[in-house]
Design a protein. Structure first.
Length: 297
């Protein structure tokens, strides 16, 4: 008994720092955020309990809230599928043995390392802004525009979607790991049976990689709905709120307008939405994801 108690205390001693940090910097702020979502809190003074007023205002009176939802849904539902398709395509190319394989993988992964940084956002703003490199490129073909890509409400969001697709390195590496895990004997047996390259890809590669698709889809979905840096640094939500992402508006509401209560409500609504969407993906995965026993729902 004494030895068991000593081992338990030793374990608690080693996990103590992490546990304290989790309680102080994660669990406690999350709990306070939930409480603040039911209050009128301006950060500078004591919160005043208002019940569901913040949620009612956001859902039924705040037009900018619904604009941010619209922009974020467009961004996520366009950029995420394109990023995954492009990542899967490049992963298939890099899975084949050829010279300089490691160099190519590193080069394709580099955009994902620096892609979310403020520096890259500033570079992107310079390229697609007024008198930027993209406008100069159009000028070489005799094309002139009244507004820059980032200055036009109809095109600004698409430049940010293009930037998102460019950052395909992380899902590409995960796809590559999944492709390497498929036994070569499957392809050899299919070749002996006379299957073409497309048939081997469609009947072997695609089904066996569907669990990786599910993982990448969930992770990229969470990242997509929490996009912030691009919308805040490059366009600041403009022009005409055409790139006002949900988290950008959450930040503006909380730290620029000092409406922390409504900002907390927005955070919890985002958490609820992502949770519901994730549950839907997992519940429907039985219809398109192959299980380990080789069966498909």
């Amino acid at each position: 008994m004494h030895v068991k108690l000593k081992n338990n205390l030793t374990g608690y001693f080693f996990i103590g720092p992490w546990l304290i940090c989790f309680l102080v910097f994660t669990l406690f702020p999350v709990g306070m955020s939930l409480y603040y979502s039911f209050t009128d809190f301006d950060i500078l003074s004591a919160p005043n309990f208002v019940g569901l007023e913040n949620y009612r205002y956001l859902l039924f009176e705040d037009r900018k809230f619904w604009q941010s939802v619209k922009v974020t849904l467009l961004y996520a539902f366009v950029s995420i599928p394109l990023r995954l398709i492009f990542a899967f395509f490049v992963a298939n190319l890099l899975a084949k043995k050829h010279k300089g394989q490691g160099i190519y993988r590193t080069l394709f992964y580099l955009p994902s390392i620096v892609g979310e940084s403020v520096a890259v956002a500033i570079v992107w703003r310079t390229i697609f802004g007024k008198n930027g490199a993209f406008e100069a490129l159009l000028g070489l073909f005799g094309i002139t525009t009244e507004y820059s890509v980032l200055g036009d409400p109809n095109t600004a969001i698409w430049s940010l979607i293009l930037m998102s697709i460019w950052q395909f390195g992380s899902p590409m590496l995960i796809f590559l790991a999944g492709l390497k895990d498929i036994p070569d004997t499957y392809y050899e047996a299919a070749s002996i049976d006379g299957a073409s390259s497309f048939q081997r890809f469609w009947k072997i590669t695609v089904p066996l990689i569907t669990p990786i698709f599910l993982f990448n889809l969930v992770m990229q979905m969470i990242t997509g709905f929490m996009v912030f840096t691009q919308g805040y640094i490059i366009t600041e939500g403009g022009p005409l709120n055409s790139t006002l992402f949900y988290v950008v508006y959450l930040y503006q509401t909380t730290f620029e307008n000092f409406e922390a209560g409504r900002g907390s409500a927005m955070a919890w609504m985002l958490l609820l939405f992502i949770g519901i969407l994730t549950a839907i993906l997992f519940s429907t995965s039985k219809y398109w994801v192959f299980e380990e026993n080789g069966k498909e729902g």
